[in-house]
Write a protein that binds this ligand. Structure first.
Ligand code: GLC
Length: 432
């Protein structure tokens, strides 16, 4: 299926390992130096998947440092600022979480929001790949993973059981069009003067606009002014969007946590209840008009009519309803390298701008893995082959233009290297 020599595959595997090592800061991995110089939540969990292929101990330790940054209330923050880097904005001082409600003493400086909870899914993968002390390490992580999931049900649940994000950055899809309606409801008054750093590292045409950025910072100040008190934020934050990324990654993570609980002989009743809630939440995100799962602005109760790569995480979540397959195939037919982050037929599609069109390897990995598990091998293999071509032709960039493969964002990117090693590389085929 893959038109590549063994030598070429070996070189790509070696390059992917080199990137993980290059971004390794002894215990945690940065997504890429310069643009993202700290530990990001879901990036770290993907890094664990990559490391687990060749250094299982390092796979575990990645998850261990990630979960060590957990707040007392269970939240695992989206960024942990281990070593200060003035080249990044907004840093720890802007988030102001030192005296945050629920953080607890002695925690690593961090942001005040979370990110899609994929850690349990890759903890299970590490366990499956480990032939040594895996069980003990899994046992040590288990209560933290469970507390993390519990936090979502306490603070991010809609009345239907879907999960909301309280800041675009919480979804991991920072600049997706899903947030436009809720962002339009914010008047960014009182934003203290700031200097962006992202546009000093990469082309501004690929990054969010100033209007969006003002609102990102306004939301950070909004949380900080309330000491990140989740009760107050739930009542007052104008930005609450029910999100397929959060709902589907948590659903998968709960299913994986349930398997972990079974391995450890722990009670599974609470987790089963969570999965049921999420299934009803997912049902509430189905948009008949777009023929796909959608995000919903909780302030208005209205769908955003966005067909995104998050819409197709339904199979990764373990749902076995195939209503989205038609739209998925339509979207795949529009581009050379699926799955684009936004519908190519939509007027807002932009092949190079952050989460408004480009393709991400991590999303492809989750979508294709889910499709394969659901028996949709044709689509699964199509997405995998496209990802292999994309990376082998264009390198380990942060993301790519789905039409012509132009690499964009940061280079030598951890999660692109990680999904290469843990999913895409043709050498896994030979090992099977
Ligand atoms: C961007 C992405 C986010 C990721 C972070 C670090 O903010 O949108 O998903 O976690 O970069 O790679």
């Amino acid at each position: 299926m893959f038109d590549m020599t063994e030598d070429r595959i070996k070189r790509l595997d070696a390059e992917a390992r080199r990137i993980l090592q290059l971004n390794d800061r002894a215990g945690y991995t940065v997504p890429t130096s310069g643009l993202y110089p700290y530990q990001w939540n879901w990036d770290s969990a993907f890094a664990a998947l990559g490391f687990a292929q060749f250094d299982i101990d390092r796979g575990w330790s990645e998850l261990e440092t990630l979960m060590a940054g957990q707040w007392e209330n269970g939240m695992v923050p989206h960024i942990q600022f281990h070593v200060d880097d003035p080249g990044y904005f907004p840093g720890a001082g802007i988030w102001g979480t030192d005296d945050a409600i629920g953080k607890g003493p002695g925690r690593v400086p961090s942001s005040g929001i979370s990110q899609p909870p994929v850690a349990a899914s890759f903890a299970l993968r590490c366990y499956q790949l480990d032939e040594g002390a895996g069980l003990e390490r899994l046992r040590a992580l288990y209560p933290r993973l469970a507390a993390f999931h519990r936090w979502f049900f306490a603070h991010r649940q809609t009345a239907d059981g879907a999960m909301v994000v309280t800041h675009p950055w919480e979804a991991g899809r920072d600049n997706a069009p899903d947030w436009d309606s809720a962002m339009a409801g914010i008047t960014p008054e009182g934003v203290q003067p700031y200097t962006r750093r992202d546009t000093g590292h990469v082309n501004p045409a690929m990054r969010p606009t100033k209007d969006d950025y003002d609102r990102y910072i306004w939301l950070v100040q909004f949380g900080r002014d309330r000491k990140w008190d989740q009760e107050k934020l739930a009542a007052e934050n104008p930005f609450r969007v029910a999100d397929p990324t959060m709902t589907f990654t948590l659903m998968r993570a709960c299913r994986d946590l349930k398997i972990i609980a079974e391995v450890l002989g722990e009670d599974q009743a609470e987790i089963s209840g969570w999965i049921e809630r999420l299934e009803s939440g997912a049902a509430s995100l189905w948009n008949e008009e777009t023929g796909a799962y959608d995000s919903r602005n909780e302030a208005t109760g209205e769908f955003n009519h966005c067909v995104t790569n998050a819409s197709f995480l339904c199979w990764w979540a373990g749902l076995r309803d195939d209503r989205s397959l038609t739209v998925l195939n339509r979207v795949l037919d529009q581009v050379r390298y699926g799955v684009p982050s936004f519908d190519p037929e939509h007027e807002k599609f932009d092949g190079l701008r952050y989460w408004r069109g480009p393709v991400w390897g991590i999303m492809n990995m989750m979508i294709a893995t889910g499709l394969k598990e659901a028996g949709h091998t044709v689509e699964a293999e199509r997405i995998r082959a496209a990802t292999v071509a994309l990376i082998s032709e264009n390198g380990f960039a942060e993301y790519f233009d789905p039409q012509d493969g132009t690499p964009a964002g940061g280079g030598t990117f951890t999660w692109t290297a990680a999904i290469w090693l843990g999913w895409a590389t043709p050498s896994l085929e030979e090992a099977e």
